[in-house]
Design a protein around this ligand. Structure first.
Ligand code: ATP
Ligand code: MG
Length: 430
């Protein structure tokens, strides 16, 4: 993509309304613009990040055997009256009336809808288990939308739902999902720690929240330092993985247990702040019973399925990644989710050799690179590339170009390499 022809409206000034780094940087790097309180438009570069994250989430859900579908954003009040949550949900729910005076709402989550859908076609124990997910916009009329996309009103969530015949099956689904989540965060390039959590609005008896560590996080977190070192993912075995994840102490302030905390050796105790990027729940028959969804069991009796639900805040992740990975100059994107893997900085637009090398690099790196082909000072190109946070910058100036050399800069470390065009390409492609 050519920067001269792109809508990436970077800002030099720090927007006054933004209190924390990720919000400031998302506005300054031209990723999003606020359209109304807590409601954002995703501009091209921001949309690329959101899509890359959603795709990693999708691939890991698919790999775990979860089936993708798509439910609507608008739901009927009737559905929520069945579970009793229409009144219980309160002011966070955006309620809508259509022209026929029918009561609708913009979905804050989908337990009721998925239960109704599965109830409609699953009649026998033979049709279970089922695991389904979608990636869809949610709306919660938060009292205080803040910190940009971290606490929006409209936000993108991956939500999955599991249906099993018994508790044992439901716990298997829960463990599988925890493993899929840890793989997802690892691929994105961030550390997220699963912590014992309250079950809140969803209800139920087993839940974990996944927290990205960042000083600006809304939750206090307490965890055993062994967590950072542990590579439980390598085991590949769901039970062993789950065992390791849940025996290491990790809790948010709501679930913090001082007696247990004292058992963690003092030199391993870590306290900090966390951003909740996901939460998983096992809540049993809460919805199947209240919404009368039963299947016929092997002996002809009615069985209410055991359910779980599993959310990831896809749009919140964009802000959380930036909170965890930035410096004074701007964003430092992990390779897997950067809007562009590399930027090409042409330091002498109009110089035949420099232009030729840049055009060649641009053609060969194709869609995943941003070519800064503007008539701008080198200093400005450097500053904007640092702000946007591309993992690699390929800097092409006339002196090096004359010898077929370019400079390659790694954003995360600041390392610089003088290389031939071919070697630079090989390094960027990894
Ligand atoms: P919070 O405690 O931060 O309000 P929650 O516990 O109410 O979130 P869940 O119902 O667990 O949220 O939803 C699943 C995920 O959706 C959360 O882990 C979070 O990543 C994301 N999410 C929830 N509310 C918002 C919001 N207002 N803006 C952006 N993402 C959100
Ligand atoms: Mg939650």
């Amino acid at each position: 993509m050519r920067l001269s022809q792109s809508l990436i409206p970077t800002l030099k000034e720090t927007p006054a309304e933004a209190q924390i780094a990720s919000h400031r940087l998302m506005l300054r790097a031209g990723l999003v613009r606020q359209m109304a309180s807590g409601i954002y438009a995703w501009l091209p570069a921001g949309h690329r990040v959101l899509t890359k994250i959603a795709n990693i989430v999708r691939e890991e859900q698919d790999a775990a055997g979860v089936q993708e579908m798509l439910m609507p954003t608008i739901q009927s009040a009737e559905l929520w009256r069945e579970s009793g949550r229409y009144d219980a949900y309160g002011k966070e729910m955006l309620r809508i009336t259509d022209r026929h005076e029918r009561e609708l709402l913009f979905g804050p989550t989908n337990e009721e809808m998925i239960t109704a859908i599965v109830r409609d076609s699953v009649k026998s124990y033979r049709d279970l288990p089922q695991m389904l997910y979608h990636i869809q916009w949610k709306f919660r009329d938060e009292v205080r939308p803040r910190f940009g996309v971290l606490r929006g009103r409209e936000f993108l969530m991956k939500d999955a739902y599991s249906f099993d015949l018994d508790r044992e099956g439901a716990v298997v689904a829960y463990k599988k999902m925890m493993l899929a989540y840890m793989r997802t965060f690892q691929r994105i390039g961030i550390t997220a720690i699963p912590m014992r959590a309250d079950t809140g609005q969803i209800g139920g008896d087993l839940s974990h929240e996944f927290h990205v560590l960042a000083p600006t996080g809304e939750s206090g977190v307490f965890y055993d330092a062994d967590f950072e070192a542990g590579d439980a993912l390598a085991t590949g075995d769901v039970d062993a993985f789950y065992e390791q994840m849940t025996t290491i102490y990790a809790a948010t302030d709501e679930k913090h247990d001082v007696a247990a905390w004292e058992k963690v050796p003092e030199n391993r105790r870590r306290e900090g702040r966390g951003i909740e990027v996901g939460q998983i729940f096992y809540f049993g028959k809460k919805y199947s019973e209240t919404m009368n969804f039963g299947v016929v069991g092997p002996d002809g009796t009615k069985i209410f399925p055991e359910m779980g639900s599993y959310g990831i805040g896809v749009s919140r992740l964009v802000g959380a990644i930036i909170e965890a990975s930035h410096d004074e100059a701007g964003i430092i994107w992990p390779d897997a989710v950067a809007p562009f893997r590399a930027a090409i900085l042409n330091l002498r637009q109009g110089d035949a050799v420099t232009d030729k090398i840049c055009e060649d690099l641009h053609a060969r790196l194709s869609a995943d690179c941003l070519y800064d082909d503007r008539e701008e000072r080198a200093g400005q190109k450097f500053a904007e590339a640092d702000l946007m946070g591309h993992p690699w910058q390929i800097i092409v100036g006339p002196r090096g170009a004359a010898n077929g050399q370019v400079e390659l800069k790694r954003r995360a470390t600041g390392e610089r390499f003088e290389l031939s065009v071919e070697d630079a390409l090989a390094k960027v492609r990894g």
